[in-house]
Design a protein. Structure first.
Lengths: 222, 222
DNA sequence: GCAAAAAAAGACAGGCTTGACTGTTTGTTG
DNA sequence: CAACAAACAGTCAAGCCTGTCTTTTTTTGC
Protein backbone atom coordinates (compact mmCIF):
# COMPACT_ATOMS: atom_id res chain seq x y z
CA UNK A 1 0.00 0.00 0.00
CA UNK A 2 2.20 2.72 -1.24
CA UNK A 3 -0.91 4.75 -1.86
CA UNK A 4 -0.84 6.75 1.39
CA UNK A 5 1.64 9.58 0.85
CA UNK A 6 4.71 9.47 -1.28
CA UNK A 7 7.56 11.42 0.24
CA UNK A 8 10.76 11.88 -1.74
CA UNK A 9 13.81 10.43 -0.09
CA UNK A 10 15.57 13.73 -0.15
CA UNK A 11 12.82 15.31 1.89
CA UNK A 12 12.72 12.40 4.29
CA UNK A 13 16.42 12.64 4.90
CA UNK A 14 16.20 16.36 5.46
CA UNK A 15 13.37 16.03 7.95
CA UNK A 16 15.01 13.18 9.80
CA UNK A 17 18.32 14.95 10.16
CA UNK A 18 16.63 18.13 11.26
CA UNK A 19 14.57 16.37 13.89
CA UNK A 20 17.67 14.63 15.21
CA UNK A 21 19.68 17.84 15.37
CA UNK A 22 16.90 19.73 17.10
CA UNK A 23 16.54 16.91 19.61
CA UNK A 24 20.27 16.96 20.21
CA UNK A 25 20.21 20.66 21.01
CA UNK A 26 17.19 20.14 23.26
CA UNK A 27 19.04 17.42 25.13
CA UNK A 28 22.10 19.61 25.54
CA UNK A 29 19.94 22.24 27.19
CA UNK A 30 17.85 19.94 29.30
CA UNK A 31 20.25 17.27 30.50
CA UNK A 32 23.65 18.59 29.51
CA UNK A 33 26.29 17.21 27.20
CA UNK A 34 27.40 14.42 29.51
CA UNK A 35 23.97 12.79 29.70
CA UNK A 36 23.10 13.41 26.09
CA UNK A 37 23.25 9.81 24.89
CA UNK A 38 22.43 8.74 21.39
CA UNK A 39 19.57 6.67 22.77
CA UNK A 40 18.07 9.68 24.49
CA UNK A 41 18.34 11.77 21.34
CA UNK A 42 16.61 9.20 19.17
CA UNK A 43 13.85 8.82 21.74
CA UNK A 44 13.28 12.55 21.98
CA UNK A 45 13.38 12.92 18.21
CA UNK A 46 10.87 10.14 17.77
CA UNK A 47 13.34 8.42 15.50
CA UNK A 48 14.26 4.79 15.69
CA UNK A 49 17.76 3.98 16.73
CA UNK A 50 18.41 2.31 13.41
CA UNK A 51 17.38 5.36 11.45
CA UNK A 52 19.56 7.53 13.61
CA UNK A 53 22.59 5.35 13.03
CA UNK A 54 21.80 5.42 9.34
CA UNK A 55 22.05 9.21 9.12
CA UNK A 56 24.77 9.64 11.75
CA UNK A 57 26.90 6.48 11.93
CA UNK A 58 28.69 7.58 15.08
CA UNK A 59 27.94 9.81 18.00
CA UNK A 60 30.74 12.07 16.88
CA UNK A 61 29.04 12.61 13.55
CA UNK A 62 25.86 13.60 15.30
CA UNK A 63 27.53 16.00 17.68
CA UNK A 64 29.60 17.60 14.97
CA UNK A 65 26.51 18.18 12.87
CA UNK A 66 24.78 19.56 15.94
CA UNK A 67 27.62 22.03 16.42
CA UNK A 68 27.14 23.38 12.92
CA UNK A 69 23.39 23.43 13.36
CA UNK A 70 23.71 25.33 16.59
CA UNK A 71 26.07 27.83 15.03
CA UNK A 72 23.49 28.53 12.37
CA UNK A 73 20.80 28.86 15.00
CA UNK A 74 22.82 31.38 16.97
CA UNK A 75 23.54 33.45 13.92
CA UNK A 76 19.88 33.50 12.92
CA UNK A 77 18.73 34.37 16.40
CA UNK A 78 21.16 37.24 16.65
CA UNK A 79 20.23 38.61 13.26
CA UNK A 80 16.53 38.38 14.06
CA UNK A 81 16.99 40.15 17.38
CA UNK A 82 19.07 42.84 15.71
CA UNK A 83 16.28 43.49 13.23
CA UNK A 84 13.79 44.10 15.98
CA UNK A 85 15.92 46.73 17.67
CA UNK A 86 14.35 50.13 18.07
CA UNK A 87 16.18 53.13 16.74
CA UNK A 88 16.66 56.50 18.32
CA UNK A 89 17.26 57.19 22.00
CA UNK A 90 18.76 54.65 24.31
CA UNK A 91 20.13 52.76 21.36
CA UNK A 92 23.11 51.51 23.33
CA UNK A 93 20.94 50.16 26.10
CA UNK A 94 18.75 48.31 23.66
CA UNK A 95 21.73 46.76 21.91
CA UNK A 96 23.29 45.62 25.16
CA UNK A 97 20.03 44.21 26.41
CA UNK A 98 19.65 42.34 23.16
CA UNK A 99 23.10 40.86 23.51
CA UNK A 100 22.47 40.04 27.14
CA UNK A 101 19.25 38.25 26.26
CA UNK A 102 20.96 36.24 23.55
CA UNK A 103 23.71 35.11 25.90
CA UNK A 104 21.07 33.99 28.36
CA UNK A 105 19.02 32.08 25.82
CA UNK A 106 18.82 28.29 25.39
CA UNK A 107 20.98 28.36 22.28
CA UNK A 108 23.78 29.93 24.29
CA UNK A 109 23.28 27.35 27.02
CA UNK A 110 23.64 24.59 24.46
CA UNK A 111 26.73 26.25 23.02
CA UNK A 112 28.15 26.50 26.54
CA UNK A 113 27.75 22.78 27.05
CA UNK A 114 29.62 22.11 23.83
CA UNK A 115 32.19 24.72 24.72
CA UNK A 116 33.01 23.15 28.05
CA UNK A 117 32.95 19.64 26.65
CA UNK A 118 35.27 20.64 23.83
CA UNK A 119 37.89 21.79 26.29
CA UNK A 120 38.77 18.20 27.11
CA UNK A 121 37.75 16.61 23.82
CA UNK A 122 40.26 17.23 20.99
CA UNK A 123 37.93 16.05 18.25
CA UNK A 124 35.14 18.28 19.42
CA UNK A 125 37.48 21.19 19.95
CA UNK A 126 38.59 20.93 16.36
CA UNK A 127 35.02 21.56 15.27
CA UNK A 128 33.91 23.96 17.98
CA UNK A 129 37.01 26.13 17.96
CA UNK A 130 36.84 27.53 14.42
CA UNK A 131 33.09 27.90 14.45
CA UNK A 132 33.06 29.67 17.78
CA UNK A 133 35.76 31.96 16.48
CA UNK A 134 33.64 32.75 13.45
CA UNK A 135 30.56 33.46 15.52
CA UNK A 136 32.70 35.62 17.76
CA UNK A 137 33.93 37.69 14.85
CA UNK A 138 30.45 38.04 13.40
CA UNK A 139 29.04 39.10 16.74
CA UNK A 140 31.83 41.59 17.11
CA UNK A 141 31.13 43.10 13.73
CA UNK A 142 27.41 43.15 14.40
CA UNK A 143 27.95 44.99 17.66
CA UNK A 144 30.28 47.48 16.06
CA UNK A 145 27.75 48.15 13.32
CA UNK A 146 24.79 48.40 15.66
CA UNK A 147 26.55 50.86 17.92
CA UNK A 148 28.21 52.74 15.11
CA UNK A 149 31.64 52.50 16.63
CA UNK A 150 34.80 53.73 14.95
CA UNK A 151 37.32 51.00 15.56
CA UNK A 152 40.18 52.98 14.15
CA UNK A 153 40.15 54.96 17.36
CA UNK A 154 42.57 53.34 19.78
CA UNK A 155 40.92 51.51 22.64
CA UNK A 156 37.54 51.18 21.00
CA UNK A 157 38.16 47.68 19.76
CA UNK A 158 39.07 46.52 23.24
CA UNK A 159 35.94 48.18 24.56
CA UNK A 160 33.76 46.16 22.21
CA UNK A 161 35.60 42.98 23.09
CA UNK A 162 35.13 43.73 26.75
CA UNK A 163 31.44 44.23 26.17
CA UNK A 164 31.12 40.85 24.49
CA UNK A 165 33.16 39.11 27.17
CA UNK A 166 30.95 40.79 29.73
CA UNK A 167 27.73 39.45 28.26
CA UNK A 168 29.39 36.05 28.03
CA UNK A 169 30.15 36.21 31.72
CA UNK A 170 26.62 37.34 32.47
CA UNK A 171 25.30 34.46 30.40
CA UNK A 172 27.39 32.01 32.36
CA UNK A 173 26.19 33.38 35.66
CA UNK A 174 22.65 33.19 34.34
CA UNK A 175 22.79 29.44 33.78
CA UNK A 176 22.62 28.58 37.45
CA UNK A 177 21.14 31.68 39.02
CA UNK A 178 18.76 33.46 36.72
CA UNK A 179 18.57 37.07 37.78
CA UNK A 180 17.37 39.16 34.86
CA UNK A 181 17.01 42.29 36.94
CA UNK A 182 20.60 42.20 38.07
CA UNK A 183 21.67 41.68 34.48
CA UNK A 184 19.58 44.61 33.35
CA UNK A 185 21.06 46.97 35.91
CA UNK A 186 24.62 46.01 35.07
CA UNK A 187 24.08 46.31 31.35
CA UNK A 188 22.39 49.69 31.70
CA UNK A 189 25.28 50.93 33.75
CA UNK A 190 27.72 49.66 31.16
CA UNK A 191 25.69 51.31 28.40
CA UNK A 192 26.09 54.65 30.13
CA UNK A 193 29.77 53.97 30.41
CA UNK A 194 30.03 53.13 26.73
CA UNK A 195 28.03 56.15 25.64
CA UNK A 196 30.22 58.44 27.63
CA UNK A 197 33.44 56.92 26.46
CA UNK A 198 32.60 56.38 22.82
CA UNK A 199 31.03 59.79 22.42
CA UNK A 200 34.17 61.62 23.43
CA UNK A 201 36.53 59.43 21.46
CA UNK A 202 34.89 58.81 18.10
CA UNK A 203 31.60 60.48 17.37
CA UNK A 204 32.08 64.17 17.22
CA UNK A 205 29.70 64.16 14.29
CA UNK A 206 26.24 63.33 15.53
CA UNK A 207 24.75 63.29 12.03
CA UNK A 208 27.04 60.50 10.87
CA UNK A 209 26.15 58.70 14.06
CA UNK A 210 22.44 58.85 13.29
CA UNK A 211 22.86 57.71 9.71
CA UNK A 212 25.01 54.77 10.72
CA UNK A 213 22.35 53.72 13.12
CA UNK A 214 19.53 53.95 10.64
CA UNK A 215 21.60 52.10 8.08
CA UNK A 216 22.49 49.16 10.24
CA UNK A 217 19.01 49.03 11.64
CA UNK A 218 17.26 48.20 8.42
CA UNK A 219 18.43 44.81 7.40
CA UNK A 220 16.43 42.97 4.83
CA UNK A 221 13.38 41.36 6.40
CA UNK A 222 13.66 37.90 4.88
CA UNK B 1 53.73 -5.41 64.48
CA UNK B 2 53.71 -1.74 65.18
CA UNK B 3 57.42 -1.47 64.44
CA UNK B 4 57.20 0.51 61.18
CA UNK B 5 55.63 3.89 61.76
CA UNK B 6 52.66 4.59 63.93
CA UNK B 7 50.25 6.95 62.28
CA UNK B 8 47.14 8.02 64.16
CA UNK B 9 43.92 7.10 62.42
CA UNK B 10 42.79 10.70 62.42
CA UNK B 11 45.84 11.72 60.45
CA UNK B 12 45.45 8.82 58.04
CA UNK B 13 41.87 9.76 57.36
CA UNK B 14 42.82 13.36 56.80
CA UNK B 15 45.58 12.47 54.34
CA UNK B 16 43.44 9.99 52.45
CA UNK B 17 40.56 12.40 52.04
CA UNK B 18 42.87 15.17 51.01
CA UNK B 19 44.56 13.03 48.37
CA UNK B 20 41.20 11.97 46.99
CA UNK B 21 39.90 15.51 46.82
CA UNK B 22 43.02 16.81 45.15
CA UNK B 23 42.84 14.00 42.62
CA UNK B 24 39.20 14.83 41.97
CA UNK B 25 40.03 18.44 41.23
CA UNK B 26 42.89 17.35 39.00
CA UNK B 27 40.57 15.08 37.06
CA UNK B 28 38.02 17.86 36.67
CA UNK B 29 40.66 20.02 35.07
CA UNK B 30 42.29 17.36 32.94
CA UNK B 31 39.40 15.25 31.69
CA UNK B 32 36.33 17.24 32.67
CA UNK B 33 33.45 16.39 34.97
CA UNK B 34 31.82 13.92 32.62
CA UNK B 35 34.83 11.63 32.42
CA UNK B 36 35.79 11.99 36.04
CA UNK B 37 34.92 8.48 37.15
CA UNK B 38 35.45 7.22 40.66
CA UNK B 39 37.88 4.64 39.29
CA UNK B 40 39.96 7.31 37.64
CA UNK B 41 40.06 9.38 40.81
CA UNK B 42 41.19 6.48 42.97
CA UNK B 43 43.88 5.59 40.44
CA UNK B 44 45.19 9.13 40.26
CA UNK B 45 45.10 9.46 44.02
CA UNK B 46 46.97 6.20 44.46
CA UNK B 47 44.17 5.01 46.69
CA UNK B 48 42.53 1.65 46.47
CA UNK B 49 38.97 1.54 45.40
CA UNK B 50 37.94 0.03 48.69
CA UNK B 51 39.53 2.83 50.67
CA UNK B 52 37.84 5.37 48.49
CA UNK B 53 34.43 3.85 49.02
CA UNK B 54 35.15 3.79 52.72
CA UNK B 55 35.71 7.52 52.93
CA UNK B 56 33.18 8.50 50.29
CA UNK B 57 30.47 5.85 50.04
CA UNK B 58 28.99 7.28 46.86
CA UNK B 59 30.22 9.36 44.01
CA UNK B 60 27.94 12.13 45.11
CA UNK B 61 29.64 12.28 48.49
CA UNK B 62 33.00 12.62 46.78
CA UNK B 63 31.88 15.34 44.43
CA UNK B 64 30.14 17.31 47.14
CA UNK B 65 33.26 17.22 49.27
CA UNK B 66 35.28 18.27 46.24
CA UNK B 67 33.02 21.28 45.78
CA UNK B 68 33.73 22.45 49.30
CA UNK B 69 37.41 21.74 48.89
CA UNK B 70 37.53 23.69 45.68
CA UNK B 71 35.73 26.61 47.25
CA UNK B 72 38.37 26.74 49.95
CA UNK B 73 41.10 26.54 47.33
CA UNK B 74 39.66 29.44 45.36
CA UNK B 75 39.36 31.57 48.44
CA UNK B 76 42.94 30.85 49.47
CA UNK B 77 44.30 31.50 46.01
CA UNK B 78 42.52 34.82 45.76
CA UNK B 79 43.67 35.92 49.18
CA UNK B 80 47.25 34.94 48.41
CA UNK B 81 47.22 36.80 45.11
CA UNK B 82 45.72 39.85 46.78
CA UNK B 83 48.52 39.90 49.32
CA UNK B 84 51.15 39.99 46.60
CA UNK B 85 49.61 43.00 44.92
CA UNK B 86 51.84 46.03 44.59
CA UNK B 87 50.60 49.28 46.00
CA UNK B 88 50.81 52.74 44.53
CA UNK B 89 50.58 53.52 40.84
CA UNK B 90 48.64 51.37 38.42
CA UNK B 91 46.78 49.79 41.26
CA UNK B 92 43.65 49.25 39.19
CA UNK B 93 45.53 47.48 36.43
CA UNK B 94 47.27 45.21 38.87
CA UNK B 95 44.01 44.30 40.58
CA UNK B 96 42.27 43.52 37.30
CA UNK B 97 45.18 41.45 36.05
CA UNK B 98 45.14 39.54 39.28
CA UNK B 99 41.44 38.83 38.91
CA UNK B 100 41.92 37.92 35.29
CA UNK B 101 44.66 35.48 36.16
CA UNK B 102 42.56 33.87 38.83
CA UNK B 103 39.66 33.37 36.47
CA UNK B 104 42.01 31.74 34.00
CA UNK B 105 43.61 29.41 36.54
CA UNK B 106 43.01 25.68 36.93
CA UNK B 107 40.89 26.16 40.02
CA UNK B 108 38.49 28.29 38.02
CA UNK B 109 38.46 25.69 35.27
CA UNK B 110 37.53 23.05 37.80
CA UNK B 111 34.84 25.30 39.23
CA UNK B 112 33.52 25.88 35.73
CA UNK B 113 33.14 22.16 35.19
CA UNK B 114 31.16 21.85 38.38
CA UNK B 115 29.19 24.97 37.52
CA UNK B 116 28.06 23.63 34.18
CA UNK B 117 27.41 20.17 35.55
CA UNK B 118 25.34 21.61 38.38
CA UNK B 119 23.01 23.29 35.94
CA UNK B 120 21.42 19.97 35.07
CA UNK B 121 22.08 18.16 38.35
CA UNK B 122 19.73 19.26 41.15
CA UNK B 123 21.75 17.60 43.89
CA UNK B 124 24.93 19.22 42.75
CA UNK B 125 23.25 22.56 42.24
CA UNK B 126 22.09 22.49 45.83
CA UNK B 127 25.70 22.37 46.92
CA UNK B 128 27.30 24.52 44.24
CA UNK B 129 24.72 27.29 44.27
CA UNK B 130 25.14 28.59 47.83
CA UNK B 131 28.90 28.16 47.81
CA UNK B 132 29.30 29.95 44.51
CA UNK B 133 27.14 32.72 45.83
CA UNK B 134 29.36 33.01 48.87
CA UNK B 135 32.54 33.09 46.81
CA UNK B 136 30.91 35.68 44.60
CA UNK B 137 30.13 37.92 47.54
CA UNK B 138 33.61 37.53 48.99
CA UNK B 139 35.22 38.30 45.66
CA UNK B 140 33.01 41.33 45.30
CA UNK B 141 34.01 42.63 48.69
CA UNK B 142 37.65 41.90 48.03
CA UNK B 143 37.53 43.84 44.79
CA UNK B 144 35.78 46.77 46.40
CA UNK B 145 38.38 46.87 49.14
CA UNK B 146 41.34 46.49 46.81
CA UNK B 147 40.17 49.28 44.56
CA UNK B 148 38.95 51.48 47.36
CA UNK B 149 35.55 51.99 45.84
CA UNK B 150 32.75 53.86 47.49
CA UNK B 151 29.69 51.74 46.90
CA UNK B 152 27.33 54.29 48.31
CA UNK B 153 27.77 56.22 45.08
CA UNK B 154 25.04 55.15 42.67
CA UNK B 155 26.29 53.01 39.81
CA UNK B 156 29.51 51.95 41.45
CA UNK B 157 28.17 48.67 42.69
CA UNK B 158 27.01 47.73 39.21
CA UNK B 159 30.42 48.66 37.86
CA UNK B 160 32.15 46.25 40.21
CA UNK B 161 29.65 43.54 39.33
CA UNK B 162 30.30 44.19 35.66
CA UNK B 163 34.02 43.87 36.28
CA UNK B 164 33.59 40.49 37.91
CA UNK B 165 31.24 39.26 35.21
CA UNK B 166 33.78 40.44 32.67
CA UNK B 167 36.62 38.43 34.15
CA UNK B 168 34.28 35.46 34.34
CA UNK B 169 33.59 35.82 30.64
CA UNK B 170 37.27 36.19 29.91
CA UNK B 171 37.97 33.08 31.95
CA UNK B 172 35.41 31.15 29.98
CA UNK B 173 36.89 32.27 26.69
CA UNK B 174 40.29 31.34 28.00
CA UNK B 175 39.37 27.70 28.52
CA UNK B 176 39.37 26.86 24.84
CA UNK B 177 41.45 29.61 23.30
CA UNK B 178 44.15 30.81 25.60
CA UNK B 179 45.11 34.30 24.58
CA UNK B 180 46.71 36.05 27.50
CA UNK B 181 47.72 39.07 25.46
CA UNK B 182 44.19 39.75 24.33
CA UNK B 183 43.04 39.41 27.91
CA UNK B 184 45.70 41.82 29.07
CA UNK B 185 44.73 44.47 26.53
CA UNK B 186 41.06 44.25 27.36
CA UNK B 187 41.65 44.40 31.08
CA UNK B 188 43.98 47.38 30.72
CA UNK B 189 41.37 49.21 28.72
CA UNK B 190 38.79 48.35 31.32
CA UNK B 191 41.07 49.61 34.05
CA UNK B 192 41.30 52.96 32.30
CA UNK B 193 37.55 53.00 32.07
CA UNK B 194 37.17 52.23 35.74
CA UNK B 195 39.71 54.80 36.81
CA UNK B 196 38.02 57.48 34.81
CA UNK B 197 34.55 56.62 35.98
CA UNK B 198 35.29 55.97 39.61
CA UNK B 199 37.30 59.13 39.82
CA UNK B 200 34.45 61.28 38.65
CA UNK B 201 31.81 59.57 40.71
CA UNK B 202 33.51 59.19 44.06
CA UNK B 203 36.52 61.40 44.26
CA UNK B 204 35.65 65.01 43.71
CA UNK B 205 39.35 65.63 43.85
CA UNK B 206 40.25 66.44 40.26
CA UNK B 207 43.97 66.16 40.92
CA UNK B 208 43.60 62.48 41.65
CA UNK B 209 41.57 62.11 38.49
CA UNK B 210 44.17 63.81 36.33
CA UNK B 211 46.97 61.71 37.73
CA UNK B 212 44.95 58.58 37.10
CA UNK B 213 44.45 59.56 33.50
CA UNK B 214 48.08 60.37 32.94
CA UNK B 215 48.87 57.04 34.46
CA UNK B 216 46.58 55.12 32.17
CA UNK B 217 47.81 56.93 29.08
CA UNK B 218 51.29 55.53 29.26
CA UNK B 219 51.16 51.85 28.59
CA UNK B 220 53.59 49.72 30.44
CA UNK B 221 56.20 47.90 28.40
CA UNK B 222 56.47 44.68 30.36
C1' DG C 1 5.20 -3.65 -12.29
C1' DC C 2 9.88 -5.20 -10.69
C1' DA C 3 14.42 -5.22 -9.18
C1' DA C 4 17.87 -2.52 -6.83
C1' DA C 5 19.03 0.86 -3.60
C1' DA C 6 18.09 3.74 0.15
C1' DA C 7 15.78 4.34 4.56
C1' DA C 8 14.03 2.63 8.83
C1' DA C 9 13.61 -0.68 12.63
C1' DG C 10 15.31 -3.35 16.26
C1' DA C 11 18.23 -6.96 18.44
C1' DC C 12 22.94 -7.96 20.20
C1' DA C 13 27.76 -7.89 22.04
C1' DG C 14 31.64 -5.43 24.15
C1' DG C 15 33.24 -1.92 27.22
C1' DC C 16 32.85 1.01 31.08
C1' DT C 17 30.99 2.80 35.59
C1' DT C 18 28.95 2.37 39.97
C1' DG C 19 28.23 0.65 44.38
C1' DA C 20 27.61 -3.65 47.17
C1' DC C 21 30.04 -7.22 49.18
C1' DT C 22 33.80 -10.11 51.44
C1' DG C 23 38.28 -10.40 53.29
C1' DT C 24 42.68 -8.28 55.37
C1' DT C 25 45.52 -4.99 57.94
C1' DT C 26 46.22 -1.41 61.33
C1' DG C 27 45.12 1.42 65.39
C1' DT C 28 42.66 1.96 69.78
C1' DT C 29 40.81 0.60 74.26
C1' DG C 30 40.17 -2.03 78.53
C1' DC D 1 47.93 -8.41 75.26
C1' DA D 2 43.49 -9.31 73.73
C1' DA D 3 39.20 -7.71 71.69
C1' DC D 4 37.05 -4.40 69.01
C1' DA D 5 36.57 -0.88 65.53
C1' DA D 6 38.22 1.65 61.87
C1' DA D 7 40.82 1.75 57.63
C1' DC D 8 42.15 -0.56 53.57
C1' DA D 9 42.04 -3.87 49.46
C1' DG D 10 39.92 -6.03 45.68
C1' DT D 11 36.16 -8.75 43.36
C1' DC D 12 31.54 -8.93 41.40
C1' DA D 13 27.03 -8.10 39.30
C1' DA D 14 23.71 -4.81 37.37
C1' DG D 15 22.97 -1.08 34.30
C1' DC D 16 23.91 1.99 30.60
C1' DC D 17 26.06 3.46 26.22
C1' DT D 18 27.94 2.77 21.76
C1' DG D 19 28.26 0.80 17.42
C1' DT D 20 27.63 -3.60 14.43
C1' DC D 21 24.55 -6.55 12.35
C1' DT D 22 20.29 -8.49 10.34
C1' DT D 23 15.61 -7.72 8.88
C1' DT D 24 11.72 -5.07 7.05
C1' DT D 25 9.70 -1.16 4.59
C1' DT D 26 9.70 2.50 1.17
C1' DT D 27 11.34 4.93 -2.94
C1' DT D 28 13.46 5.04 -7.39
C1' DG D 29 15.03 3.63 -12.10
C1' DC D 30 13.88 0.82 -15.88
Amino acid sequence: MSSTTRVPQEERTRVMRHRLLEATVDCLVEVGFARTSTTLVSQRAGVSRGAQLHHFPTKNDLVLAAVEHLTRLRGDELAAAADKLPTGERRTRAVLRMLGDHFASPVFTAALELWVAARTDPGLLEAVGPLEQRVGRETHRLTVDLLGIDESQPGNRELVQATLDLVRGLGLADTISDDARRRGRILDRWADQLDGSIATSTRADSAARASTRADSAKKEKK
